[in-house]
Design a binder for this molecule. Structure first.
Ligand code: WT7
Length: 583
């Protein structure tokens, strides 16, 4: 029997208070995510249970109990609050690979009452700068490998008071930086965690939109109710599971389901900090006897490419539940997983940085329709809205915008310093209402920005995004951010960044550019532009193709018609240019 039991029954009489029962919550307990994921598990008698099974590049391995998690996160909490003097609500960035200290420091920041701002370690200096500036980040925790990128920026970031290096040789740390290797520092047995309120800010994740630079989706400590309950009902985690979430905590999946949900429930998590190598992944599942696996379509398609024979070389019999998120999970991938993983399909789940927790999903026990994202989580009121009128569509099969009634616990509370953009995400009468009123309104819809249809059985079928954001391998990259970086290249006059279809990553970035006088298209120039973007932004944002043009199509007001270029690329109806002009 799965944790959710009958989906239909759970729909009746749903109440988020059920999350408290699932956690065994008593009135008056301390609602602090850092505390709940470590101290609370120890207090419930599981201090000696393994919390983290960790493997890195080569054969580096480590194991940590919940008591270790408690003590090492205390170490970071004390550093942040007592030694560095970081105040409640100040942003502390975690900028490192998936090493154990990432997990300890994330919880430590929350224990200290500060806001955790995880950033993907492959980000280049420009991606980093934009996000640290936007958040007004006070401190950054990083490693010897990545600190160089921070050093380049430091004088441009006056709010950034502390740079902490958490590993390596202490003598390599520069003046003005702090060296802190938690496992070598004195153990901090006791730390009194910040007494968070339900609405106290917890985590800020930056996510890309169509226009403008990335936006900081602000979450709060009470998000844990959604995260814990969905971990139980969708991922079906139980006490004896060994769970592997392949996502990096630089993105929301890696925090909501790679840290918070599973550890709130006291589950054992495995982390593999190495790049994608199919054989290594299978060996990791085999050797650690992984039972529940949460991954993404690009990884699944990459595994498919390596063929069935490879899978059969490993004993993966411990696996019992598989789930996926981040991009459309094509029917073939579901059918394939059923075949090679002994009848077990990947269960697609749909959600966003802004939603903080799973919104639409295939549940254990509910029949999977390959290619469908499944049904709304109990307690979530979902619909699709007419593209023009923004009214809910009643008839099955018609495509509209996926939308949710606001108010679930893990919903983002604001885009940091961008209230207008936050407002623009709601359909209905928003005028005169505060952000809190918007978030709790029962007559508004939060509009996700994705299109789908609902079939007669209530299953959601993803159609595509409603904007120009590029989803490459499950990671969103904003065209504006790429275009801004492209025109900083000495040879480029104008640029458009669009998605291009890709068999494995679903989409990759393509750049269409015009050159400044004196520059001519060449293979060398193409390489130079690619490297420029890879270094400044990230390998994800790097264009896989550069097309040189003499001029770019523009609106009368001079805006580049990115959407038109995208339609050309995808062989789609480019539509009426006059409507494109309005965008
Ligand atoms: C966007 C959100 C929170 C998960 C990690 C990504 C796309 C997400 C699916 C799915 C098709 C999906 C949507 C969404 N997406 N899950 N199951 N099928 N598309 O979080 O970076 O905020 O991206 O990812 O376009 O809006 P994110």
């Amino acid at each position: 029997m799965s944790n959710i039991g009958s989906y239909e029954e759970r729909l009746r009489d749903f109440d988020w208070g059920i999350a408290r029962q699932v956690l065994g919550w008593q009135d008056g307990e301390l609602l602090n995510i850092g505390h709940i994921c470590s101290d609370r598990i120890c207090a419930r008698g599981k201090g000696a249970k393994t919390a983290l099974i960790w493997e890195g590049f080569g054969d580096r391995k480590a194991r940590y109990t919940f008591d270790d998690l408690r003590v090492w996160s205390n170490g970071f909490a004390k550093l942040i609050r007592d030694d560095l003097g970081v105040g409640v609500g100040e942003r502390v960035c975690v900028f490192m690979d998936k090493i154990p200290s990432l997990y300890f420091s994330f919880l430590g920041i929350l224990k200290a009452g500060a806001v955790a701002q995880p950033l993907f370690s492959a980000f280049g200096d420009e991606s980093l700068e934009v996000r640290l500036k936007s958040a007004g980040t006070t401190a950054i925790l990083t490693t010897q490998k990545h600190v160089k990128k921070v050093r380049k920026l430091r004088e441009r970031l006056p709010a950034l008071k502390h740079v902490v290096v958490v590993d390596g040789d202490p003598t390599k740390v520069q003046p003005g930086e702090t060296y802190f290797d938690v496992e070598r520092a004195p153990r901090v047995e006791e730390f009194e965690s910040f007494r968070a309120e339900p609405e106290s800010r917890s985590v800020i994740h930056y996510t890309s939109g169509t226009t403008g630079q990335p936006k900081g989706a602000q979450h709060v400590h009470s998000s844990i109710w959604s995260q814990a309950l969905t971990t139980s009902w969708v991922l079906d985690l139980r006490d004896d599971d060994t769970y592997w979430c392949t996502a990096d905590p630089g993105w929301v999946t890696g925090t909501s389901y790679g840290i918070i949900g599973p550890w709130a429930l006291g589950a054992t998590q495995a982390v593999l900090d190495s790049g994608f190598v199919a054989e290594r992944w299978y060996r990791f599942i085999q050797d650690n006897r992984i039972t529940v696996w949460y991954s993404a379509p690009t990884a699944i398609r990459s595994l498919m490419r390596e063929g069935e024979e490879l899978v059969r070389k490993f004993d993966l019999s411990a696996l019992r539940h598989l789930a996926s998120v981040g991009e459309p999970l094509n029917a073939e991938a579901v059918v394939w997983s059923q075949k090679v993983f002994d009848g077990k399909p990947f269960h697609d789940t749909f959600w966003q940085t802004e939603t903080g927790s799973i919104m639409i999903s295939n549940y254990p026990g509910m029949p999977v329709k390959p290619g469908s994202m499944g049904k709304p989580f109990p307690g979530i009121t979902a619909t699709v809205l007419d593209l023009k009128t923004k009214e809910p569509i009643r008839e099955p099969g018609r495509v509209g915008l996926i939308a949710f009634r606001p108010g679930w616990p893990a919903m983002f509370r604001i885009y940091w310093n961008q209230e207008d953009v936050y407002r623009s995400k709601f359909a209905g009468e928003t005028a005169g209402r505060t952000p809190t009123e918007l978030r709790t309104a029962d007559d508004l819809w939060y509009v996700s920005g994705d299109r789908a249809s609902i079939d007669p059985d209530g299953y959601y079928w993803f159609v595509g995004r409603d904007d120009d954001v590029i989803n490459t391998g499950g990671h969103l990259v904003g065209p504006f951010e790429i275009e801004s970086a492209l025109i900083e290249h000495e040879a480029i006059a104008e640029a458009a960044a669009i998605a291009k279809p890709d068999p494995v990553n679903m989409e990759v970035v393509k750049a269409i550019v015009t050159l400044k006088p004196g520059f001519a298209p060449s293979a060398d120039l193409e390489l130079s532009i690619m490297n420029f973007i890879r270094k400044r932004l990230s390998p994800l944002a790097m264009p896989q193709e550069i097309e040189f043009k003499d001029k770019l199509p523009k609106t009368r007001s001079g805006k580049i018609l990115r959407r038109y270029l995208r339609a050309l690329e995808w062989g789609e109806e480019a539509g009426d240019l006059s409507t494109l002009e309005d965008d």
